[in-house]
Write a protein that binds this ligand. Structure first.
Ligand SMILES: *Cc1c(COP(=O)(O)O)cnc(C)c1O
Length: 393
């Protein structure tokens, strides 16, 4: 059967793989050999599920958005990852990876962060598990996501501001990889999305797959069938989208529509829509679609949303895009802001700016009235209040 899942070499079609420097080879190889036996072990599953339930607050609600459904002419359900502890889906993955790190005997945790949600999730699980934690964050993001920086510090993490490039997520990731190269034996790198060398994209997708596992159960209860007509999500590196589609990825009855960050528009220099305008290249350990010039130099990305401001997208979604399995539309800053205010005023939910890129897909769609649509609200908007208040609709 045709599958969109990973092959034994870590590839999704022509994307993925593990392109790491010699010094990390053994570390990545160890992880590749150990991640599945560990995360599939009954002991891990029990501990992980317990924490998801009692610490994160799962299952997250599947909310029927009545007013928005009427407006868009479909049955719209919102998968409420914004209700999780720490405010986004990132915690699902961070809990899984720290349990894995402990089982592998690692003593120190590093992470990269853009908007700070992954940094906060990692700092949180490090406090929980009593592990030292250093978070790399671009200096631009340190400034625009100040509340999350303060949360990380209060949680006991060391936040390391990165000054290279345009001081955003790509640059923070470079710095985290540099640290990892210096301490490969004792340090576990908790990557926050479905990016990086194999096995990270597959591992993160599995740890986020609880989202679609719950959607199946919740739809069966509410609609008497366990699949929707449409799944929708925003896409930065791709983890909330990967979790949303995981159990439906090979089920072609389910259409997948994703929103990536258009910035000021894909015909301008100010964009982060790497699936729509990128070309294949190797970035941060895997072959993906990257925004680059003819010489292979990275074009600095731009998005109003720090969580989507990255010049590539993970290999899973590169393959879904290239094969046509998923439709990926660029969503511009303005459209995302409109969508954020619309959800807030119509349903009383203030979404993260990233999630607003999924909501902004709705006006671009033509649904049938009977269509069941599940859209993942990846996080809450508290961290984005300053941006929203500057752009009131
Ligand atoms: C990090 C983040 C994203 C983007 O990351 P993905 O890996 O693509 O999910 C989206 N929404 C929120 C709220 C985030 O914090």
């Amino acid at each position: 059967m045709k599958t969109y899942n990973v092959d034994e070499n870590g590839f999704y079609g022509e994307f993925g793989g593990a392109y790491v420097p010699e010094i990390l080879y053994k570390t990545v190889e160890d992880l590749k050999n150990q991640y599945l036996p560990i995360i599939e072990s009954p002991e891990f599953v029990a501990e992980y599920n317990q924490l998801l339930k009692d610490y994160v607050g799962r299952p997250s609600a599947l909310y029927y958005a009545k007013r928005m459904s009427e407006k868009y002419g479909c049955k719209l359900y919102l998968k409420r990852e914004d209700l999780n502890h720490t405010g986004a889906h990132k915690i699902n993955n961070a809990i899984g990876q720290i349990l894995l790190a402990k089982k592998m005997g690692k003593k120190r945790i590093i992470a990269e962060t853009g908007a700070g949600q992954h940094g906060v999730a990692t700092a949180t699980v490090c406090a929980l598990m009593n592990m030292p934690c250093r978070v790399y964050m671009g200096d631009t993001d340190v400034a625009r996501q100040r509340p999350n920086v303060e949360r990380m510090k209060m949680l006991g993490a060391e936040v390391f501001p990165v000054q290279s490039g345009n001081k955003t997520l790509k640059d923070a990731t470079n710095e985290a990889i540099r640290d990892w190269c210096c301490h490969p034996a004792d340090t576990f790198y908790i990557i926050g999305s479905t990016v990086g060398p194999h096995p990270y994209p597959d591992m993160v997708a599995r740890l986020q797959s609880v989202i679609s596992k719950e959607i199946k159960e919740q739809l069966l209860e509410k609609e008497d069938r366990d699949y929707p007509d449409y799944l929708m999500a925003c896409i930065g590196g791709g983890s909330n989208a990967a979790g949303t589609i995981y159990h439906y990825i090979d089920d072609e009855r389910v259409k997948i529509v994703l929103g990536e960050a258009g910035g000021y528009g894909i015909d301008t220099q100010e964009t982060a829509a790497s699936l729509n305008i990128g070309t294949p290249g190797i970035l941060h350990g895997s072959r993906i679609k990257v925004m680059q010039d003819e010489d292979g130099q990275i074009i600095e990305p731009y998005s109003i949303s720090a969580g989507l401001d990255y010049p590539g997208t993970g290999p899973i979604h590169c393959n879904l895009y290239e094969t046509g399995r998923a439709q990926v539309l660029p969503i511009n800053d303005d459209e995302a802001l409109d969508a954020a205010f619309e959800l807030t005023r119509m349903e009383g939910i203030i979404p993260a700016l990233e999630s607003s890129h999924a909501l902004a897909l709705l006006p671009k769609m033509k649904f049938n009235p009977t269509d069941i649509v599940v859209l993942t609200v990846s996080g809450r908007g508290d961290k984005d209040m300053e941006t929203y208040l500057k752009n009131v609709r």
